[in-house]
Write a protein that binds this ligand. Structure first.
Ligand SMILES: [Ca+2]
Ligand SMILES: [Ca+2]
Length: 148
């Protein structure tokens, strides 16, 4: 009788433990976000690709109006940190050097980044001349300065 009582007690404890485990497994877990938006003040990045459509120049007259610009990342100054190049459509292209801890400094003037009012369609990053420094090239559909 005592043996049977102990067996039943073990089954009850085991059933209870399995029920708790199953219940715990079915609880929705709170997922942590993968990304967090940081402000321009936090990162130092002020770039915005602002577009100014008007009656003469808009997506109805130029179907790629909203397809433009681009972003390229790479370690442009070989300090081990990924830097960012932003291409613009109607504003200035900008190069930011990574200072670490998600802080960046704009160095467009020092780097002599051309500001040619070109309608940029993309950025590629590669060491094209094999000098050990990354280069970037811009895809351009036309230049607003000469209308081509
Ligand atoms: Ca760098
Ligand atoms: Ca190079």
């Amino acid at each position: 009788m005592l043996f049977k009582y102990i067996q039943n007690w073990k089954k009850a404890v085991t059933s209870f433990a399995l029920s708790v485990l199953l219940f715990a497994c079915n609880q929705p877990t709170k997922e942590l976000p993968l990304f967090e938006a940081l402000s321009a003040e936090q990162t130092g990045i002020q770039f915005e690709n602002k577009l100014h459509p008007n009656e003469q120049f808009n997506m109805f007259h130029y179907m790629y109006y909203y397809n433009g610009a681009g972003v390229g990342t790479g370690d442009f100054n070989n300090d081990g940190k990924a830097d960012i190049f932003f291409a613009s459509n109607e504003g200035d292209n900008q190069l930011y050097l990574n200072q670490g801890k998600l802080k960046f400094t704009e160095v467009s003037k020092q780097a002599q980044i051309p500001q040619d009012s070109a309608w940029n369609t993309g950025v590629s990053v590669v060491d094209i001349n094999n000098d050990g420094l990354l280069d970037f090239s811009l895809g351009v559909s036309f230049s607003q300065s000469n209308g081509e």
